[in-house]
Write a protein that binds this ligand. Structure first.
Ligand code: FDA
Length: 297
């Protein structure tokens, strides 16, 4: 599917390009043209060879180095399984330090932007190790952020701990399968828990703790809920942000940005683009129809 001409419209829609330079270029364009920030993600998760880990790390590092030469506001998204978790969990720390150190050095004394290493959250077996490495780097003063998933029961406690630490947390609904012993199963339960967690993230207590909320969803009712909480509790636009995926409901992202909200897009790049596009396909029936037509022609 990745090499088929019939699927190339999906690559154009959801992926910035193959190279790190194309990822950075898209981040610059989004910032200059629309005031929208980026979260750059070199694709290639759950890898099991050291060569692929090295390739992943090099691409993250190259993006971090771009911070030296460009006025950017970027998160560099990293999945622990991209940087060696499935080969040897001990390697992850070494690689994460390298990426975080490059970001820190590249930022130098710049104070504009919220540039950081964003730990994405994968399946439930990765929750504890991901939080542990995030906390360790944070304790040592590296610019890091953490993703938490609203579908997990444990997230309320994990979020409370991160609020107390004054962290940067990106809240998502959760994209992995998890059983009822770990996670809410129905859409309504996950939405209700998302609201509860957003209220915690945009509480007065969180603001006073120096916490930085990132609400990552395409759900406009959750955007409205978050904005109402922010207004009620004295959060100014720019002291929290919304994040969405490149190519998904970009009209909503632009509208939020035009209304003065801080918005970030998750901008994937790299050669291994099909798994990412296939997930977007599953979320949007209109794309499935277009793909079927394209394959048939
Ligand atoms: P939801 O599925 O509830 O839909 C809300 C609305 O958006 C609906 O109207 C829907 O039709 C529309 N919509 C959704 N997808 C669409 C599409 N592709 N095209 C058109 N319309 C669409 N997960 C995880 O487990 N770990 C992680 O680290 C991350 N990281 C991450 C970063 C960012 C920036 C985002 C936005 C999401 C993630 N996710 C994630 C994925 C997340 O867990 C979740 O699966 C998706 O965001 C879908 O949930 P939403 O709340 O966005 O939309």
């Amino acid at each position: 599917m990745q090499t088929s001409r019939a699927t190339s419209f999906l690559r154009g829609k959801y992926v910035a390009g193959e190279s790190e330079a194309q990822g950075v270029e898209r981040a610059l364009t989004l910032l200059q043209d629309c005031g929208i920030r980026s979260s750059l993600f070199y694709m290639g998760e759950y890898v099991d060879t050291l060569d692929l880990v090295a390739q992943n790390v090099e691409n993250k590092v190259k993006v971090a180095e771009a911070l030296r030469d460009h006025a950017l506001d970027i998160h560099i998204s990293v999945d622990p399984t991209q940087i060696g978790h499935h080969i040897d969990p001990a390697l992850v720390e070494d690689r994460a330090y390298r990426i975080a150190r490059t970001i820190k050095d590249a930022i130098g004394n710049k104070t504009d932007g919220v540039n950081c290493l964003m730990f994405d959250m994968e399946d439930a077996s990765l929750n504890d190790p991901t939080i542990a490495i995030h906390n360790k780097l944070q304790n040592e003063g590296f610019p890091v952020a953490l993703t938490l998933q609203a579908y997990l029961y444990r997230t309320e406690a994990d979020l409370a701990a991160q609020i107390a630490r004054g962290s940067r947390v990106r809240l998502v609904k959760g994209a992995f399968a998890a059983g009822s012993e770990l996670a809410f199963q129905s859409t309504n339960e996950i939405k209700d828990n998302s609201r509860k967690l957003i209220a915690m993230m945009l509480s007065q207590e969180a603001r006073e703790a120096g916490f930085y909320p990132i609400i990552a969803t395409h759900d406009t009712r959750l955007h409205d809920f978050a904005i109402a909480q922010a207004r009620r509790n004295g959060w100014k636009p720019g002291s929290y942000e919304f994040e969405m995926l490149l190519g998904v409901r970009e009209d909503v992202a632009k509208r939020l940005s035009e209304n003065g909200e801080r918005v970030r897009l998750y901008v994937p790049f790299g050669r291994d683009w099909w798994p990412h596009a296939a997930r977007r396909l599953g979320e949007n029936p209109a794309n499935a129809v277009l793909l079927a037509r394209s394959l048939a022609s």
